[in-house]
Design a protein around this ligand. Structure first.
Ligand code: ADP
Ligand code: MG
Length: 585
């Protein structure tokens, strides 16, 4: 039965009755479930869906590229524990959004990518429809769940399934495919209302088994050099008070992963951030809370972790399959972090012994040493700036404005900022995450401003910024309190590379020299600043944060200052042939 026949029949059956259609049902289903904001890029077949959603009181933020809209939705999900929604057109728009959906899934952020699609009958016979693509099949392996709705009466169920799949258990990305014809399908308003589903308890608490909690406490009690690692899952869980209580009651040093910084302040006496290597290498029991033993933690083995067999791991995670993924987990605690941490605190009782003082002192000594070593480098007020000098200025900005949200991407700009800029509050640091992906910057900054209403400081390398730079127009259009600082060293990693062939093309990693990124913001009515010293940088950023006006600060960094791939240069494969010939270096 074609949709046209279906519509006519429905209308006939409806007679004088009030009608609704696919457009309205999608919007009603989202609103019913508390979705207040949609990020997207308009176009066929979802232009009217965006318009009507705006009319219905949903905030619809139109970005300039779907990948940025998807990144915005993903980080909205991280910040709010509700699925961030991204709306795109078919095939190319869908594919652009899919990168962000896959990234959200990898990072365990709840997100729903809703894309319009072409007609099933034509797509399945491969007859060449406008933007023809079997989007559902393509999305499936790249996200947590994927659904297609073919009948207006199923929209309520489709949206409910998408929401539940995104936020329950380990959060992730969900694809929802809406063929164009679905949107204009008609049914009676009464039947439409009844078809909607209000999702009750979308992310139910998952209580850990008492035996698992006891086992974890036994392992912890035997520790001589215990360490807690907090990951972005712990930040996501919004169990801030419980986590603080666990750390402080146990007296165990903690190491925050990048996006868990600020869960407890980086200046907390038990923070081992500045003694990372020592803490990882010398600890004997490590409790992971919402952090995976992936590449970011050297898979729990190798030099980083000291002598083989010197560790026992306790892991708290909502995903049972995460256990033993890289090394043996002596005490897996499966459940949501709030419930698990509460159960641990309860099990610890009133007089939990503090860890041996020689361990906590060793961590503290190392930390103080490293902080003292770093301090003079952060105060260098020279032109051109090096990374440390510039970051010293931004560190002071965040210290004075702990409520501000820091978005951070780049290579050197990322790796060094992570170490230099202390965070004081939970979920204030948003960065490149598990994939170390470039291009999240402006999408994250936009959603951070929209979802929290707080000022945003986005610190990006010139290369990283380029992936989403056009969104400065979006930032100006919505008048968002975002200050972008571009660390401009004229290129990728550095701006000093030369073309090894001696030809006239620039080196593959070099950009236009002395570019004025600040003028991009000015082009759309925002403020621009061009700075060459840390003092100027601090003044420009303070002014931007005080005014709340969209601002881009072009921070001139010494083109020779960066190192290849920042701190992860070791991941670059080396050509043996090149070395033998000795012709390249
Ligand atoms: P990081 O990169 O900061 O180390 P990861 O993304 O590797 O963090 O790990 C986050 C972990 O947190 C994932 O394994 C995920 O399953 C888990 N997680 C996410 N939300 C929760 C939650 N509410 N309760 C328990 N675990 C969670
Ligand atoms: Mg650069």
């Amino acid at each position: 039965m074609s949709a046209t026949v279906h519509n006519v029949e429905a209308q006939a059956a409806a007679g004088e009755q009030e009608l609704t259609d696919g457009f309205h049902l999608v919007i009603d289903a989202l609103k019913l479930n508390g979705i207040a904001t949609i990020y997207g890029v308009p176009g066929i077949p979802i232009t009217d869906l965006g318009r009507m959603a705006q009319e219905a009181g949903i905030r619809v933020i139109s970005l300039r590229h779907e990948q940025n809209a998807g990144n915005a939705a993903a980080i909205a999900g991280f910040l709010t524990k509700k699925p961030g929604v991204c709306l795109t057109v078919s095939a190319p728009g869908f594919l652009n959004g899919l990168t962000a959906l896959a990234n959200a899934t990898t990072n365990c952020f709840p997100m729903i990518l809703i894309s319009g699609s072409s007609e099933r009958e034509v797509v399945d016979l491969q007859q060449g429809d406008y933007e023809e693509m079997d989007q559902l099949a393509i999305a499936k392996p790249l996200c947590k769940a994927a659904f297609r709705v073919l009948h207006a009466a199923d929209i309520g169920i489709g949206v409910a399934r998408a929401i539940r799949a995104a936020v329950s258990g380990r959060p992730g990305g969900v694809y929802l495919d809406l063929p164009a014809k679905l949107l204009s399908q008609v049914m009676t308003a009464e039947a439409g209302r009844k078809s909607l589903v209000s999702v009750i308890d979308p992310a139910p608490a998952q209580i850990p088994a008492p035996a698992a909690v006891r086992r974890a406490l036994d392992v912890l009690k035997g520790a001589k050099r215990p360490l807690i690692i907090l990951g972005k899952g712990a930040a996501y869980a919004q169990a801030d008070e419980e986590i603080r209580a666990l750390v402080e009651r146990s007296g165990i040093p903690f190491l925050p992963m990048s996006m868990a910084k600020g869960l407890l302040p980086d200046t907390h006496p038990l923070c081992a951030g500045a003694a990372r290597s020592t803490a990882l290498k010398d600890s004997d029991v490590v409790m992971l809370i919402g952090a995976r033993l992936n590449w970011l933690l050297s898979h729990g083995k190798g030099k980083t972790w000291g002598e083989p067999g010197s560790k026992r791991f306790i892991q708290i995670d909502i995903e049972p399959k995460e256990m033993d993924s890289n090394v043996e987990i002596a005490a897996p605690v499966v459940g949501d972090i709030g419930s698990c941490v509460s159960a641990l605190i309860e099990g610890m009782g009133g007089n939990w012994p503090a860890p041996p003082a020689d361990w906590t002192n060793a961590v503290k000594t190392k930390k103080d040493e490293n902080i003292a070593k770093m301090a003079p480098r952060l105060m260098k007020n020279t032109a051109p700036m090096d990374f440390h000098g510039a970051l010293g200025a931004l560190r002071a900005v965040i210290k004075e404005r702990p409520e501000a949200i820091l978005v951070n991407e780049g290579a050197n700009t990322l790796d060094l900022a992570r170490g230099v800029i202390d965070m004081y509050r939970p979920r204030k640091r948003l960065d490149v995450g598990t994939w170390g992906v470039m291009g999240i910057g402006m999408g994250f900054a936009i959603a951070a401003a929209i979802e929290t209403g707080k000022p945003v400081l986005a610190v990006a390398g010139d290369s990283a910024f380029g992936f989403s730079g056009m969104e400065v127009e979006t930032i100006c259009r919505y008048k968002l309190p975002v200050c972008v600082v571009v660390f401009n060293n004229n290129g990728i990693y550095r701006g000093t590379d030369v073309n090894p062939s001696g030809g006239t093309d620039p080196a593959t990693t070099a950009f236009v020299k002395d570019a004025r990124y600040d003028r991009m913001m000015e082009a759309f009515g925002g403020a621009g600043a061009h700075v060459t010293t840390p003092d100027e940088l601090k003044r420009a950023v303070d002014a931007a944060m005080d005014s709340g006006r969209p601002t881009l600060v072009n921070a001139v960094i010494d083109p020779a200052a960066g190192s290849e791939s920042g701190r992860i240069g070791n991941l670059n494969p080396q050509s043996v042939v090149k070395k033998k010939q000795g012709s390249m270096q």
